[in-house]
Design a protein around this ligand. Structure first.
Ligand code: NAD
Length: 365
């Protein structure tokens, strides 16, 4: 099959890590008989330098015309860059918001797993980690408290602020469907997280999720209150498969889940629209402090490319192979500086990509 991918390298370490993800995709193409064509798209600081804005309409159109988007990261050193001496809507990160909105990416998918290798970096006790954990957080991304009406006013000389939390059943249903579809491809369990003992929006959330669950009888659904979920993540992370939740709860829980994995350089993410289209990017930023040094960990971006194979192209076998090659590379002891541990073999960005490609090839022997 042939696929067109919008490739957005962005700023900082972005070009270095996207290069490695493309290397791995090209190896997948070679081994499994696919062709990936890349359309280079400028976004972030590099687009500001070239066009004066973080994302042009043409760039958005090119991204929309492709089958999926692969993104490195955008942004510079916030305290020390000309990109930040302008209005917020002209800064590099505004490109990110514009592309998510422009492509209607309402479901954010963030896996959090602990591979056997770098568990030294996990802050949890060994008896809690057990055999490790492997979960996916599906977060609603374009509704709820962050997008509701808000204002600050003064009433009888006292300042008060109002934020509104609105969810329609349509918004809940479409993200719930994504969570159940993902669970079907995994261990078939959805934990829907809400605050239904207090919030009306959560009670609607719960009832719509239950309606959707009826269409997926092979998937088990459980409900969990958000405060309990925050505790369970550090007490028994192995119990979770797919966590489905609204925007603000997902913002907080996905950061908590990523912390217990121990390394930001390992965490992939995807933002999906109603169909098969998605934007795939590492969870970390552009790391300007290590840009150009050849030491950035490309694994998060490579695993994001694996998500692209799975969610946008339905190439599950190929996605499994990339994930297995990453696991094997780590099990064989190769480590970039951010996940280095005693007795391991240090490698740079490029060599990490090469080692993963080698193991991909080996997996077909
Ligand atoms: P960051 O994630 O870029 O870096 C935090 C720390 O983690 C740094 O020490 C960095 O060196 C390290 N790190 C991050 N990714 C790494 C990797 N792959 N390998 C090894 N080490 C890695 O967060 P920050 O420093 O707060 O932000 C830097 C810039 O990135 C800012 O301009 C910010 O706005 C932007 N940012 C962009 C995105 C995005 O494009 N999606 C997300 C977050 C932050």
């Amino acid at each position: 099959m042939e696929y067109r991918i919008a490739s957005i390298s962005g700023d900082g370490i972005g070009p270095e890590i996207v290069e490695e993800a493309k290397k791995v995709l090209n190896k997948v193409g070679e081994l499994y008989g696919h062709r990936f064509h890349y359309e280079e798209v400028l976004m972030g600081g590099i687009s500001i330098d070239t066009y004066g804005v973080p994302l042009t309409d043409e760039a958005l159109e090119t991204a929309r015309s492709c089958d999926a988007v692969l993104l490195g990261a955008v942004g510079g050193n916030v305290g020390n860059s000309r990109w930040y001496d302008v209005a917020p809507n002209l800064r590099p990160e505004a490109g990110l918001l514009a592309i998510r909105k422009g492509l209607n990416l309402f479901a954010n998918i963030r896996p959090a797993y602990l591979y056997e290798g770098p568990s030294d970096a996990c802050p949890l006790k060994k008896e809690i980690i057990g055999d490790g954990f492997d979960m996916v957080i599906v977060r609603e991304l374009t509704g709820g408290l962050y997008f509701g009406e808000r204002h600050t006013e003064e009433v009888n000389g006292i300042r008060q602020a109002v934020d509104t939390l609105v969810y329609s059943e349509t918004e809940i249903r479409r993200v719930a469907v994504k969570a159940f579809q993902i669970a079907q491809k995994r261990r078939k369990k959805v934990t829907s997280v809400d605050k239904a003992n207090v919030l009306d929006s959560s009670r609607l959330w719960r009832s719509v999720v239950e309606e959707v669950a009826k269409e997926y009888p092979e998937v088990t659904l459980e409900h969990m209150l958000v405060d309990n979920c925050a505790m369970q993540l550090v007490m028994n992370p192995g119990q979770f498969d797919v966590i489905l939740t609204e925007n603000m709860f997902g913002d907080i829980l996905s950061d908590e889940a990523s912390m217990i994995t121990g390394s930001i350089g390992m965490l992939s993410s995807a933002s999906l629209n109603e169909g098969k289209f998605g934007l795939y990017e590492p969870s970390h930023g552009s790391a300007p402090d290590i840009a150009g040094k050849g030491i950035a960990n490309p694994v998060a971006t490579i695993l994001s490319a694996a998500m692209m194979l799975r969610f946008s192209f339905d190439l599950d076998r190929e996605a499994d192979a990339v994930e297995a090659a990453v696991r094997q590379t780590l099990a064989d002891g190769f480590r970039t500086a951010d996940i280095m541990a005693d007795g391991m073999q240090p490698v740079g960005t490029e060599e990490m990509g090469d080692r993963i490609c080698e193991r991909l090839t080996d997996s077909l022997k």
